[in-house]
Design a protein around this ligand. Sequence first.
Ligand SMILES: [Zn+2]
Length: 319
Amino acid sequence: MVNADLRKALARGREAVDETTRFWLTVNGQWDEEVATARLCERSAPFLQPITFNRAQEARLGADWLWWFIEQESETCFGMLCQAKNLKKKGSRWKIGFGQANKTGAQMKLLSRAAESLQLPAAYILYCGDEQYRDGLACRTHSAFECENCARAGVSVISALGAQYLCDSYSTDANACAVAAFQRSQPVEDLVAPETPDGALWDMNFHECVGALQAFLSQPQYGAARIAKQLFDQLSSLRGAQFSRMPPALELTTLPRNEFIHPILPTDRGHLPRPYYRDVLQGLRKAVPTYVRDAEAGRFDRLPAKVTSAVNGIVITYV
Ligand SMILES: [Zn+2]
């Protein structure tokens, strides 16, 4: 069971972003992340439902927003804190400003701190321009003849924890970092319906997993869990590619059992900055948080400061 309509809507949104970036590139050589996000939401409507908190502002999302995927029937949901980033090009070199500092400090740290306070994974939505703009840049599973993966890459998603690891690994080479991040990201529509069947995922901590967590990894997932698994897969493959033979940390951590679908998780992180099981799976919940329902109902005065200070809005997507 794959929500094919949602996938089509996201593909429509991505095509619209491709158009927008193409237009603005010819006008002034760059595009604005917020404009791209607005286009993504507009063209994916009504599947993506943006809710902006400050109604006095133009009704569009800023660079940071919360994205909640909610299952209609079960209330199972997956949330992630998203930050939009452009893939920038200078000559033949690429750059994604992950580590940029602003007035309040380094963006990457601020993003992970905000995500931690919301107990959610953070992710970057990468606006990568159209295929012509990305000439010379190939995906990880590239096929020389009309690569479909590359064709869908205009709006891609990468786990922020993964991006942080890549930034640390390529700390002196912004081009290599941007290329690696692009290659480790996946097209936004593939989050809800990956091209290849969402089957067994072998993770190096598989045998430490207890309860339903082994089934989550080894069996196809649907709805919110599928999206969590896609993001998890990015981190699991980064962890698996660490050839240092760093042994997994054989410990488990326990999240509050009433909220989280998978409360008992391996703490291993390898060379990743934080334990990756927790990073992603804290976003997979049994019930929709109250603040999401409050935002949906327009009760903005009830939203907690940790939400309103972190983001300009929420995008709700029923899966
Ligand atoms: Zn490709």
